[in-house]
Ligand binder design. Structure first.
Ligand code: URA
Length: 198
């Protein structure tokens, strides 16, 4: 399926990277949602296939979750932005109805937002650690935060929980979070929290 809604993406992308779901009709227990395809994803036409993706899959496998079996992968926008910049508000708004449609059809038990851009697309505000805290206090229910009438509000399935983890690029470089902990520690904690609810 082609799309020409974002003029810039029509020239920055090689191809549209569609979400991939578990094979053979298996239920999608978790849908991982990243920011946007990067260089490797743009060439291969599949999300999370580069270095950051490999870090992510290793972490999920530590917790017994396997790509194509237990979880699928999507991005907030389906096209690689130029120079790997963050997608703009307009680009996100163009692509979000598509992602919302996938979530409402697949009805995963959990959506795992990877990084601040994905978290912000769901929660409406920036601030990774703040959004992690807000969701935790709301029993991982994003419906409390979704703006009334937004595509996500209309399509978010009852019972699907939202978890947020740091983006896997700082994880891969073993960087520290503002609270002094390693981003990887926060990522592992969020994944364990999610696995307990599956
Ligand atoms: N690969 C993706 O597909 N998305 C990201 O956010 C990062 C890497």
């Amino acid at each position: 399926m082609t799309c020409t809604k974002c003029e810039t993406f029509c020239t920055s992308r090689t191809q549209i990277v569609e979400p991939d779901l578990p094979e053979f009709g298996r239920p999608c227990r978790v849908l991982v949602v990243g920011e946007a395809p990067g260089a490797d994803e743009d060439v291969q036409g599949k999300g999370f296939v580069g270095r950051a993706g490999r870090t992510l899959h290793a972490l999920l496998e530590e917790h017994g979750l396997h790509r194509g079996v237990d979880y699928g992968c999507a991005n907030v926008v389906r096209c690689r932005p130029p120079e790997n910049r963050r997608p703009t508000k307009g680009e996100t708004a163009n692509c979000l109805p598509y992602l919302a449609g996938v979530i409402s059809t697949v009805k995963p038990k959990a959506v795992l937002a990877v990084g601040d851009t994905a978290a912000q697309a769901f929660m409406g505000k920036p601030g990774l650690m703040e959004n992690i805290g807000r969701l935790h206090h709301a029993n991982q229910c994003p419906r409390r935060f979704l703006e009334q009438g937004s595509v996500l509000d209309m399509k978010w399935p009852f019972g699907t929980r939202l978890f947020i983890m740091p983006h896997t690029s700082p994880l891969a470089w073993n960087r520290n979070a503002p609270d002094g902990r390693k981003w990887s520690e926060i990522g592992r904690e969020q994944i364990s929290r999610m696995v307990q609810t599956l």
